[in-house]
Design a protein around this ligand. Structure first.
Ligand code: GDP
Ligand code: MN
Length: 377
């Protein structure tokens, strides 16, 4: 899944004729000032942090500015902040529009119905999850005819729109549907969709592109605004590394074993926080590098689940022991290992000599990792 930052989502909208405020992206406070001074962004303007998490409005990451100086200081106060683990590297500056009403519109896939679904609500500008179900209209869309005139009229009715705004909605929905379908999106969301006089304007854009279709959209494949700083480093080193919310680090080899390991930990009441797939590495240096990256994520405990094939158990063990010696004593964490397969005995001996708990049974070892994390907290 490729999540696009607001400004990238708006680039998609623009391509399909969805009406937007005039605006531009700035990566420094100076740039924010000059964009408003030159008139590229009309004043007064809105200065919005470009992060993927929602709730920026409430979080103080949407500011207003009446002059180039104010645009500069608004950008300066937002850039570099960390919001829900994301660093703000860009701000979007847009003309500030007088809003009459804020609406909600999205197209997404309904997995139960196995169809696209058009979701509309007259309550925009708040999280859709907080809107009562009775105030949300959901229309499944047959992908072959696409979004029909009937469905578009019903959407206008559900939003309480008539006349000019209803007409504006009709064109907007055609564009939104085309964007959803042609870009292979999983979600296109406008929240809020603002009523500005007789027009509608998309004030926000949330677009996610289906990963499996990325071969049709090479432009998106390189966009990963959703990587954490550690994930970014891992990518450069070609290490498969993903950060989650929990506190147990998982090191395994192969996607299947890695996923199964996460499941087992969850089932035993643990909470995986970061995982690393060593794949077919047979290089102790690479294992050490990956382990040090994991150490930077500060897990409460680490569970190592390796099936030795091409990746030999003793190779992993050696890499690990080497890496552990490089972690400062204060930053060390308990390590529980289950290593089976090629050179299992050698690997286990190396690990035990280094003080690692090595247990051959999966459930027992996973349980030990969960306990270790619990104690460390
Ligand atoms: P989110 O909180 O991360 O979803 O960020 P949004 O892009 O939805 O912006 C949050 C809120 O800022 C919106 O609901 C609007 O109330 C307000 N806002 C954004 N752009 C404008 C604008 O051009 N004019 C006015 N008056 N308010 C705006
Ligand atoms: Mn929003």
């Amino acid at each position: 899944m490729v999540k696009l930052a607001e400004w990238r989502g708006k680039d998609v909208f623009r391509k399909y004729g969805v009406p937007l405020p005039r605006g531009a992206v700035a990566r420094s406070a100076e740039e924010a000032e000059s964009l408003t001074r030159s008139g590229a962004v009309p004043l007064p303007c809105v200065v919005k942090a470009q992060v993927l998490s929602g709730g920026r409005g409430k979080g103080g990451l949407v500011r207003f500015a009446n002059s180039p100086e104010e645009a500069r200081s608004a950008a300066a106060s937002i850039l570099g902040l960390t919001f829900k683990d994301e660093k703000v590297k860009e701000v979007l500056l847009e003309e500030k529009l007088p809003i009459n009403r804020e609406l909600y519109v999205s197209l997404t896939l309904d997995r139960a119905l196995r169809l696209p679904i058009l979701i509309t609500s007259p309550h925009g500008g708040v999280e859709i999850e907080s809107v009562p179900d009775s105030e949300i209209d959901r229309q499944p869309v047959d992908p072959f005819p696409g979004l029909t005139a009937y469905e578009r009229r019903r959407a206008a009715k559900s939003l309480g729109l008539e006349g000019g705004p209803a007409k504006s909605l009709d064109g907007l929905l055609v564009g939104l549907w085309n964007a959803f379908q042609r870009e292979d999106a999983e979600l296109v969301e406008i929240n809020p969709l603002a009523v500005v006089g007789d027009r509608l304007v998309a004030l926000d854009a949330k677009v996610t592109i289906e990963d499996d279709a990325s071969f049709r959209h090479p432009d998106y494949a390189e966009i990963r605004d959703d990587r954490t700083p550690l994930e970014e480093i891992a990518r450069e080193k070609e290490i498969a590394f993903v950060q989650l919310d929990g506190n147990i680090g998982v090191i395994a080899n192969g996607a299947g074993l890695t996923m199964a390991t996460l499941d087992v930990l969850k089932e035993l009441g643990g909470s995986p926080g970061v995982f690393l797939d060593l794949g077919g590495t047979d290089d102790p240096k690479k294992v050490a590098e990956a382990f040090l990256l994991m150490a930077q994520a500060k897990p409460a405990a680490v569970f190592l689940n390796i099936f030795g094939g091409v990746t030999k158990c003793d190779t992993v063990a050696r890499g690990l022991v080497e890496a552990m010696s490089q972690v400062a004593p204060a930053d060390r964490f308990p390590l529980v290992a289950r290593i089976r397969g090629n050179n299992e005995v050698e690997g286990t001996t190396i690990l035990r000599a280094a003080g690692v708990t090595a247990v051959p049974d999966l459930k027992e070892s996973a349980q030990a990792a969960v306990e270790a994390a619990r104690r460390a907290r």
